[in-house]
Design a protein around this ligand. Structure first.
Ligand SMILES: Cc1cc2nc3c(=O)[nH]c(=O)nc-3n(C[C@H](O)[C@H](O)[C@H](O)COP(=O)(O)OP(=O)(O)OC[C@H]3O[C@@H](n4cnc5c(N)ncnc54)[C@H](O)[C@@H]3O)c2cc1C
Length: 463
C-alpha cells in the first residue's frame, strides 16, 4: 500500500480519535495508524476503562459487604481478583466495537502497524508480519500515549512486582500491597485495594498527594485515606526493590524497609516516542519521552502536532480527546483556544475528586480577591438518603464581581456534578456569576444541590 492523505494520525486512543473525527467530519482524508490489534488506545485497553470497570466492581462488592441487611445475616461476599477484573471485558469489547464504527462511518482509513517517520512528510507502518505501508501526508498528529516508567534496577519480570498495566492480570488477591508513587494512578489503585480490605502502604515521593489540587481537597484525601486504614509515607525515595520468596521488600533511602505480598510501581510514565523515527523529522523528546508543543499543540516541526499523554500533564483521556479535536481544528484553521482551557480533573479515589478552574493557592499567588462557599455533603438530603455523606463542594469566586473562579469537590458523584460549575465558569462576562447557583432551582434531593448551598454560604460572607 502506498497512499497519500491530508492528515495521518499515529495512535487510536482518545487523542487520535478526537483528531480523526474532527478532520473526517470536515472532509479531510485521514488515516490512523495503530500498532495494537484493536483500536481504542491505552485508555480502552489498559488504562481508563479497565481500571474504572474494576473500581466499579470493587465498589459494588464493598457496598454489598457494608449492607446492614447482609451483615445482620452474617453474609460476607468475597470474589477473586480475576473475577472482579472480568467485569471490564464486556465494556472493553463494546468500546472497541463502537470506536471501530466511528472510524468506519466517517471514512477514516485504519492502518495496522508500528508507525515511524522516514521523512517529514512520510511515515512507514510495519505490521507484525513484516508487511510495510508508506503513508504520505501534509500534516500529522502524534497521539501515541505513554507507558509505565520502569527503572532499570527494578525487576518487573518478578511475579510479585507490578506496574499499572500488569496489575490488571493479578491472579490472587494479596493480603498486603505497597504502592510506590502517589500520583493519580497510584492513589486510585491504593483506594481500590483498600476497598478490598488489603493492607495498603502508599509511598509518596513528594510532600503532598496530588499537588495540583486545591490544598483543602489534598488534606481531605489524605485524611480519608488514613481514616480508611492506609499507611501513607511522604518525601520518600526508593533505595532498592528486592524480591523475597513470600513478598517484596522495598528499601527506602530514609532507612525504612517495607515488606508486602506485592508491590505496584506507579511512579512516572514514559511517552511512546522511542522508535517513532523522530530523528528523521528533527524532533527530540525530553528525558520522559515527552514532546514539547506550543499553545496550538504543534511540535517544533509545525506540520506535526502532538496530543494526549505524549505531551504530559494532565494525562487524562478527557484531555487527550479535546486536544486531538483542537489540533484538528488548528489544521482546519478554526481553532478556538477556549476548547483546551479549564480542563476538569476527575480522580477516582475513595473519596472521588473533581475540580475545575483555579485553586486557592493560585488565586492567593495572583492576589485575586476571592471568597469561598462551602457545602458539606453530610448536610445534603440526597447524601443522607444514600449514606454517602463524606464529601464537600467548594466554590471560589471573585468577591467583587462574583465571577466563579474555581470549583473543587470530593465525595460521591464529584466527577459528574463538577460539570455544572464548569458550565458557568466557562461563560464570559456577566454570564459567569455565582448568582446562577442561587437563583436556579435544583432538583431535590440531589447532590447537585450542593451548588446552591455552597453559593449561599459564600455569598453570605461578602460584605
Ligand atoms: C490505570 C490508569 C487509569 C486511568 N484512568 C483515567 C480516568 O479515569 N480518566 C481519564 O480521563 N484518564 C485516565 N487515565 C489516563 C488515560 O488513559 C490517558 O490519558 C489516555 O489514554 C491518553 O490518550 P492518548 O490518546 O494520548 O494515548 P493512548 O490512549 O495511550 O493511545 C495511544 C495509542 O497509540 C498506539 N501507538 C503508540 N505508538 C505507536 C506507534 N509508533 N505506531 C502506531 N501506534 C502506536 C498505542 O498502541 C495506543 O493504542 C488512566 C490511565 C491509567 C494508566
Amino acid at each position: 500500500m502506498d497512499s497519500s492523505f491530508d492528515v495521518v494520525i499515529i495512535g487510536t486512543g482518545p487523542g487520535g480519535e478526537g483528531a480523526a473525527m474532527h478532520l473526517a467530519k470536515n472532509r479531510k482524508s485521514v488515516a490512523v495508524v495503530e500498532r495494537f490489534r484493536q483500536v481504542g488506545g491505552g485508555s480502552t485497553h489498559w488504562g481508563t476503562i479497565p481500571s474504572k470497570s474494576l473500581r466499579h466492581a470493587i465498589f459494588q462488592l464493598a457496598e454489598a459487604n457494608r449492607n446492614p441487611l447482609l451483615r445482620s445475616a452474617a453474609i460476607s461476599l468475597q470474589l477473586p481478583f480475576a473475577q472482579l477484573r472480568k467485569a471490564a471485558n464486556s465494556v472493553i469489547d463494546k468500546q472497541v466495537e463502537m470506536r471501530n464504527t466511528y472510524f468506519e462511518r466517517n471514512g477514516v482509513t485504519i492502518v495496522s502497524g508500528h508507525a515511524r517517520f522516514v521523512d517529514p512528510h512520510t511515515i512507514e507502518a510495519e505490521e507484525s508480519n513484516g508487511a510495510r505501508h508508506r503513508l504520505r501526508a501534509k500534516s500529522f498528529v502524534i497521539a501515541v500515549g505513554a507507558r509505565p516508567y520502569h527503572p532499570p534496577d527494578v525487576d518487573f519480570s518478578y511475579p510479585r512486582i507490578f506496574d499499572s498495566d500488569k496489575i490488571l492480570s493479578l491472579s490472587e488477591m494479596p493480603q498486603s500491597i505497597t504502592v510506590y508513587g502517589a500520583g493519580v494512578v497510584g492513589c486510585e489503585y491504593a483506594s481500590m485495594f483498600r476497598n478490598l480490605n488489603v493492607k495498603v502502604n502508599l509511598i509518596n515521593t513528594r510532600s503532598k498527594l496530588l499537588e495540583f489540587l486545591d490544598d483543602e481537597i489534598i488534606d481531605a484525601l489524605s485524611y480519608h485515606m488514613r481514616d480508611q486504614g492506609m499507611l501513607l509515607r511522604y518525601n520518600e525515595e526508593y533505595e532498592n526493590v528486592k524480591p523475597a520468596e513470600d513478598g517484596v521488600v522495598l528499601a527506602l533511602k530514609s532507612g525504612k524497609q517495607i515488606k508486602t505480598d506485592v508491590l505496584l510501581w506507579a511512579n512516572g510514565r514514559t511517552g511512546n516516542t522511542d522508535s517513532l523515527g523522530l530523528e528523521n523529522v528533527g524532533l527530540t523528546p525530553d528525558g520522559r519521552g515527552q514532546l514539547a508543543v506550543n499553545e496550538n499543540l504543534q511540535t517544533a516541526a509545525s506540520h506535526i502536532y502532538a496530543v494526549g499523554d505524549v505531551i504530559g500533564y494532565p494525562s487524562l483521556a478527557s484531555a487527550a480527546y479535546v486536544q486531538g479535536r483542537y489540533a484538528a481544528a488548528h489544521i482546519l484553521g478554526h481553532a478556538e483556544p477556549a476548547m483546551i482551557r479549564n480542563i476538569p480533573t476527575g480522580i477516582y479515589t475513595s473519596p472521588e475528586i473533581s475540580s475545575v478552574g483555579q485553586t486557592e493557592r493560585q488565586l492567593t499567588d495572583a492576589k485575586i480577591p476571592y471568597e469561598i462557599g462551602h457545602a458539606a455533603f453530610k448536610n445534603l438530603a440526597r447524601a443522607q438518603i444514600t449514606g454517602q455523606t463524606v464529601g464537600m463542594l467548594k466554590i471560589l469566586f471573585h468577591r467583587k464581581t462574583l465571577q466563579v473562579l474555581g470549583v473543587h469537590c470530593f465525595g460521591a458523584n464529584a466527577s459528574e456534578i463538577i460539570h455544572i460549575g464548569q458550565a458557568i465558569l466557562a461563560q464570559s462576562g456577566p454570564a459567569n456569576t455565582l448568582m446562577y447557583f442561587i437563583n436556579t432551582t435544583f432538583n431535590y434531593p440531589t447532590m447537585a444541590e450542593a451548588y446552591r448551598v455552597a453559593a449561599l454560604n459564600g455569598y453570605n460572607r461578602v460584605f
